[in-house]
Design a protein around this ligand. Structure first.
Ligand code: HEC
Ligand code: HEC
Length: 382
């Protein structure tokens, strides 16, 4: 009995995944994840502003048919996604709904990065004909006429000057961004492992981690505590319904971001001299950007299926299969150099890589951030 125990202990020891000093150095660069404040939004860290933003996030009245709220597509229980390949607002959309959890850490927003700040995003969505299709002045009217929202607005921004429509639209956007900034989910088993809990990852996940940082080459694009380089690439994903590539991705977004009304360098920014603003001013349009999309963060990725910019892959297995075979790889430019080569993974390597990606799932944020604050109040309870 004792002998058996000894043998099994030795066997475990031998099979246990070990990392070299160099690998540990890389692993430590992937955790912990923390947010950097966005100086272009002076209301970002303001709790009252975030509460107003939370009210607005769940409010269906801010859509032309009164049926679409931000939370219609960014569903809290689904890690703020909608589980669909592409979603439908007022009309069908052409891109997959990314999570807004941890969104505040990003360098660029949307799959193509057509917003350079988080607060530059909500107003675009509200006014988008396929998403919420609401004019900014109609959206502001909803706030003005609602007792609760109006008093919260006054609290954060002071009296609403009705002539300053654009200024107010920027404030509305900044309040929603303040709410989204609170939606952090970045404390996963992987982080416990890096912090010293060697049992936080299974042996399979540890092998997957090693593959990820070495032979898998994933780290070339998915690096740092948010597992993204904040840049744009093509990994050869064909369109959702086949046919030729149509979505120009980053290429088409560059004119949009440099001319955006609500941007880091605009008159509505609270830090128009920031690095963000300077970089936007100087982006060049390159041919290689055609069909490139932002490298997504991999935190909580096991909970945010389907995957890729148009939800072309239903499961993590499908994504891993893609990187393993590159079978249906499409490229806008056949001469383009690609850093991807088929990984020809074994069945075990695929399971291990998946186990590692699953170890990046953190718990959802505090429950009070996950629902319409109105529903928590007794006078609205049914
Ligand atoms: C009809 C579904 C739908 C609605 C409603 C919706 N979104 Fe989205 N959201 C999306 C899709 C799809 C994208 C990606 C679009 C793209 O990349 O072109 C997105 C992207 C985003 C992003 C960028 C995330 C990232 O990682 O870059 C944020 C932030 C966001 N939405 C917040 C909001 C807010 C705030 C509202 C309400 C004002 C809202 N969304 C309403 C579907 C929706
Ligand atoms: C050349 C840069 C690059 C490399 C290398 C790379 N990725 Fe990606 N990854 C991306 C980009 C860009 C996307 C989004 C592509 C799109 O939507 O068209 C993506 C998407 C993903 C997704 C889907 C995430 C989501 O939310 O939809 C997963 C999972 C993923 N990659 C994992 C990996 C793994 C694992 C490896 C290593 C085997 C890897 N990636 C290597 C750039 C890269």
């Amino acid at each position: 009995m004792l002998a058996l125990l000894c043998i099994s202990l030795i066997a475990q020891d031998v099979s246990a995944q070990t990392f070299s000093e160099g690998e540990w150095k890389v692993i430590r660069s992937l955790s912990p994840a923390s947010l950097q404040a966005d100086t272009t939004n002076e209301y970002e860290q303001n709790k009252d502003s975030a509460l107003l933003g939370q009210h607005l996030f769940f409010d269906k009245r801010i859509s032309s048919n009164g049926e679409v709220a931000c939370s219609t597509c960014h569903i809290p229980d689904l890690y703020f996604t909608d589980g669909l390949s592409v979603s439908t607002g007022i009309k069908p959309l052409e891109r997959n709904t990314p999570t807004v959890l941890n969104a505040a850490h990003q360098r660029w927003f949307f799959w193509d990065g057509r917003a350079d700040t988080l607060w530059g995003q909500p107003i675009q969505t509200i006014e988008h004909p396929s998403e919420m299709n609401m004019t900014r002045s109609d959206a502001l009217d909803i706030i003005r006429k609602d007792e609760v929202l109006h008093s919260q607005w006054n609290n954060v921004f002071g009296a609403m000057e009705s002539q300053q429509v654009d200024e107010n639209a920027a404030k509305l956007s900044k309040a929603i961004a303040a709410y989204i900034t609170q939606l952090s989910a970045a404390d996963a088993p992987f982080d416990a492992f890096v912090a010293g809990d060697m049992d936080a990852l299974s042996e399979s996940a540890k092998r997957g981690l090693q593959f990820f940082i070495t032979d898998g080459g994933c780290l070339r694009c998915h690096f740092g505590p948010w597992f993204t380089d904040g840049s744009f690439h093509s990994v050869g994903i064909p369109p959702l319904h086949g046919g030729p590539l149509k979505d120009s991705g980053r290429y088409g977004a560059i004119d949009l971001v440099t001319n955006a009304e609500f941007s880091a360098g605009s008159q509505f920014s609270n830090d128009a001299e920031s690095m963000r603003a300077t970089i936007t001013k100087h982006i060049a349009k390159r041919k290689d950007d055609w069909g490139a999309f932002r490298t997504p963060s991999l935190r909580n990725v096991a909970r945010t299926a389907p995957y890729m910019h148009a939800g072309q892959h239903q499961t993590l297995d499908d994504v891993i299969e893609h990187y393993s075979t590159l079978e249906n790889f499409v490229s806008a430019d056949h001469h383009r150099e690609t850093i991807l080569t088929p990984l020809n993974m074994t069945a075990q390597q695929k399971l291990d890589l998946k186990a590692f990606l699953e170890s990046l799932t953190a718990p959802l944020p505090d429950e009070k951030l996950l629902k319409d604050p109105r529903q928590a109040r007794p006078e609205h309870a049914q």
